[in-house]
Write a protein that binds this ligand. Sequence first.
Ligand SMILES: Nc1ncnc2c1ncn2[C@@H]1O[C@H](COP(=O)(O)OP(=O)(O)OP(=O)(O)O)[C@@H](O)[C@H]1O
Length: 380
Amino acid sequence: MTMPITARFNLDYGSFELAVDLSLPGSGVTVLFGPSGSGKTTLLRCIAGLQRAPRGFLEINGTIWQDSEHGIFVPTHKRSLGYVFQEANLFPHLTVKENLRFGLKRTGQSASTDLSHILELLGIDHLLDRAPDRLSGGERQRIAIARALALNPEILLMDEPLAALDFKRKQEILPFLSRLHRELNIPVLYVTHAQQEVAQLADHLVIMDEGRPLASGPLAETLSRLDMPLAQDRNAATVWPVTVAGHEAEYHLTHVSFAGGSISLPSFAAEIGTPLRLQIYARDVSITLQRPTETSILNVLPAVITGIADDEQGHSVVQLRLLDTDAGELLRDAPELPEPYVQSRSQALLAHITLKSAKLLKLQIGMAVYVQIKGTSILN
Ligand SMILES: Nc1ncnc2c1ncn2[C@@H]1O[C@H](COP(=O)(O)OP(=O)(O)OP(=O)(O)O)[C@@H](O)[C@H]1O
């Protein structure tokens, strides 16, 4: 499949080499995730043109910004991009409004017609006359994001925009980023090494390691890849897009639906039809061979095993795909499902169980099982 963003860079710092060849979606949030020193910032700087890779090709939604074979390198100030750094870097002697105007004046651009919308989305319209030293860290960072968006860029690059904030400020700003994520129609490349930001914001995930992308793909697929370190992590989880389907006031439950099923959660206020992200930790998922009839766990779903990885410490990571309920009825006579089910595009899921349980249940790829989901969390 051709993707609207192509980024190929080779750059050698001597002790570090960046070698990427990525095709990325032209909308939504792509998170570049990886340990410190894996090359996330270097890649973002190559995309911005702040770092010139001797060999590189970069195309964003039909516009070529670099093609070293043909001697093309568009300088940063001619690239239609917004860049948000760890620190907001606002001018201390200017008010918020003047800070927002400054970038526009410098580039000679007129303000985006949507500036008032951006101010409202980021919840900063009441701060326009303030001086930066009278803002919280989270507010300053929201202004920096608005300043980047005011230029009406074709792409927004964000380099660990929450890294300099404490936990409380991060929690305060994440809902604004989630809102932006829903409403912006330009692609966002977002660098982080925080798993929570990945779960909350990513549509597409690139996992970087030692200057190379280890994996690049849709969030749920990439989170559940058994060959990636994230699946083995103690906090391994998958994230599903879900929609609020109804409330059951008597039992204080809210039901959310997704392609092929629904599950119940402790009740929360949200209108029916609201789209949300549901995070399911692998440690909260258990597996049974028969549909349990007497269990306190409400959420029991039919699934098929698509992969198993054992570690040396007595754990098994089981990768599953949900089946729709009808397929569940098939299972009684067909403990191993045919190939089309195994490859179906339904929700992926991870379960962390003990190696002993995996052996006792004789789990294997292609086997039809039931998953019991003990707990979930809503992310936005
Ligand atoms: N201008 C430079 N010259 C030489 N080496 C550099 C230069 N810039 C970065 N590096 C090295 O390149 C490697 C990748 O750095 P980079 O900042 O891209 O990693 P990162 O994944 O963003 O890390 P972090 O999460 O800590 O910000 C590091 O080893 C770094 O020391």
